[in-house]
Design a protein around this ligand. Structure first.
Ligand code: ASP
Length: 438
């Protein structure tokens, strides 16, 4: 029987009631042998995540003040969870130690990591599974850079000794033993690392939504769920603003072709979304897999007669951006025109200097600026095999009275990107969604 690795997010573990749901999920499939927990998340909208409270304790400790009022909230949450789960483990000595070390000025990453550590201890006790401390099996180098190969060797060696184990998410250690965390949401990465190390048949990532939605539900009511998405499509969609999974969680599993299944702890019967390297046969998702977008871009358009025969024009223009430390998004070109699409936050305070630099370096005949532009990515692996996708996108936009100000299609034919006014952003996404999914 293949092995499944499960990762449960903070909302799936926010209280004993949620943890009991997780217990049932794990009990229903014995191939779910390794479990990676986040720290307890929010129980309701105004609640605090344990990780945020731990960061707060650390920040207070650095000012020399008492962490007692905030630490009490953490202690109460864990004590309540442990009591309601009826575990035998006495968690007070561990909490005392954490309290002592944070008060004594321990580093920020140590403080933050204790959310997952404590949750891992409690859940392991509730399940009757082994606890494997991530500090012993996830390695960063002295500079704090994740060491994938050392980690893989340590992790796979250690997990051979445990039939069922809980490995807390979000952190590991440096060679000197100090704790280092991944960036926020990093338990997703731990799950992926564990899946690689045990050569899992599946990495299940359990959260509070039933998979990836085709489009942001704040823009379209009740959008469909994506059934299957490839790693590459997902990368395009996440880059354009869709979020569910930490970006760095893809690599460890995608390199060995382990699929990820996004599932909903509160609706375990839902199939969720499968993330795979390739899809064989016909797709259940149609031509377009997902639609995502971002606002606030500026387009700088340069015109110069005979640009197409001038050697080095592009290089000179791009060197100005590089010099100013600006990264650009797209570069649509015509025979004598070149447009550069840049996110406003990249240009912040630097626009005039960039324009001066381009005038000086590339001597264009004219420079035109279009501000307040939004980019929308229509992503779908099936585009490459079907005719008329672009026509359908532009017809939908045209019928909705939306003026398309830029078009870019990646050469991989995975993606059609259109630029529209910020003010038309939502309407444009709704129109494209309706054309393909309603
Ligand atoms: N607890 C950490 C955070 O809130 C990591 C995680 O949940 O994945 O960012």
């Amino acid at each position: 029987m293949g092995i499944k690795v499960t990762k449960f997010g903070g909302s799936s573990l926010a209280d004993a009631g949620q943890i009991n749901k997780v217990k049932n999920i794990l009990a229903s499939d014995p191939s779910r042998r390794y479990m990676v927990p986040s720290a307890p998340g929010k129980r309701h909208k105004d609640d605090d995540k344990i990780t945020d409270l731990l960061y707060k304790c650390h920040d207070i400790a650095t000012t020399g003040k008492s962490i007692d009022p905030v630490f009490e909230q953490i202690r109460t949450r864990y004590t309540q969870i442990a009591r309601q789960l009826g575990i035998t483990l006495d968690i007070q000595p561990e909490l005392d130690e954490i309290y002592r070390r944070i008060s004594a000025g321990e580093k920020r990453d140590y403080a933050a990591s204790r959310g997952e550590y404590m949750n891992g201890k409690i859940i392991a006790s509730a399940l009757g599974w082994d606890f494997v401390d991530a500090a012993d099996v996830i390695r960063f180098n002295e500079k704090g850079i994740f060491d994938a190969e050392k980690t893989n060797a340590l992790m796979s060696e250690e997990l051979k000794k445990h039939e069922y184990a809980v490995i807390p998410g979000f952190y590991g250690s440096r060679p000197d033993g100090t704790i280092k965390t991944f960036s926020r949401g990093g338990s997703d990465i731990t799950g992926s690392i564990v899946a690689r190390a045990v050569n899992a048949e599946l990495y299940e990532n359990w959260t509070d939504v039933s998979g990836f939605l085709v489009v942001d539900p704040r823009i379209v009511d009740n959008p469909r769920t994506i059934h299957t998405v490839t790693y590459r499509e997902l990368r395009e969609l996440s880059y354009m603003g869709a979020t569910v999974l930490h970006e760095d969680a893809i690599f460890p599993v995608s390199m060995c072709g382990i699929p990820i299944n996004i599932r909903n702890t509160n609706m375990p019967e839902a199939e969720g979304t499968m993330i795979v390297s390739t899809v064989e046969g016909s797709s259940k998702d149609g031509t377009v897999t997902g639609i995502a977008g971002k606002k606030n871009f500026t387009v700088i358009t340069l015109e110069k007669d005979m640009m197409n025969v001038e050697r080095g024009f592009g290089r000179r223009v791009l060197s100005v951006l590089e010099e100013k430390g600006i990264s650009f998004e797209h570069l649509p070109t015509g025979i004598d025109t070149m447009s550069i699409v840049v996110a406003d936050k990249e240009l912040d305070g630097k626009l005039e200097a960039v324009l001066d630099g381009i005038r000086e370096q590339a001597r264009p005949d004219s420079i035109d600026l279009q501000k307040d532009m939004a980019l929308i990515a229509v992503v779908g692996r099936a585009m490459v095999r079907s005719c008329g996708t672009a026509a359908k996108v532009f017809k939908a936009l045209g019928d909705a009275g939306i003026n398309v100000r830029m078009i870019d299609q990646g050469s991989s034919e995975l993606n059609i990107i259109v630029g529209v006014d910020n003010s038309c952003f939502e309407k444009a996404i709704q129109a494209v969604y309706a054309a393909f999914f309603e």
